[in-house]
Ligand binder design. Structure first.
Ligand code: PNS
Length: 163
């Protein structure tokens, strides 16, 4: 039974995240999509909203026999991973610019907990420039997000600003 954690802010979940989860399903029996609770950061969506959207969009993932679960966590990722009896941490790498930060995190996590491996996965090229940060910026400036985030995310973003 190979269990992985796919951690992140998911504020909001993008089609790039879903692409990574789908690829991860080919490698793992279970993936826990774990949202970091970041008390200092002012997020666009609350943790509950992010959980709801993730749970909804995971229905459409080609998962084979892989079990997908959504959770949130606070504190050190490796402590959370141990508490869940996970073997690996999955992270997506889009471009070389991601690599430096991801390498630092992976090596720090390995120092903290040598038993947990970080597995880097590359999303489809068509998502290589998609990030939650840019998605929010484009949305706030009136740009179209079709194909970059799931329809439910677009809808919830509009609802959020229109009240
Ligand atoms: O989607 P993000 O914001 O790039 O995800 C970053 C995340 C959640 C993976 C990272 O910030 C994290 O693991 N935070 C938990 C605190 C922690 O373990 N810090 C030490 C990492 S070396």
């Amino acid at each position: 039974m190979r269990r992985a954690i796919y951690p992140g802010s998911f504020d909001p979940v993008t089609n790039g995240h879903l692409d990574i989860i789908e690829r991860g399903c080919k490698l793992f029996d279970e993936i826990i999509i774990a949202i970091l609770v970041h008390p200092e950061k002012k997020p666009f969506f609350t943790i509950d909203e992010r959980r709801e959207m993730l749970a909804e969009v995971l229905h459409d993932i080609k998962r084979g026999d892989c079990v997908l679960r959504v959770d949130d966590f606070q504190g050190l990722l490796v402590h959370y991973a141990i508490s869940q009896k996970a073997h690996a941490i999955v992270r997506g790498i889009r471009a070389i610019s991601d690599y430096e930060y991801e390498l630092q995190m992976a090596l720090m996590n390995r120092r903290l907990e040598p038993g947990i491996e970080t597995v880097f996965m590359m999303p489809a090229e068509k998502y290589s420039y998609v990030s939650s940060r840019l998605v929010k910026e484009v949305f706030q400036l009136g740009g179209v997000l079709d194909g970059l985030v799931p329809a439910v995310v677009q809808r919830r973003m509009k609802e959020k600003v229109n009240g």
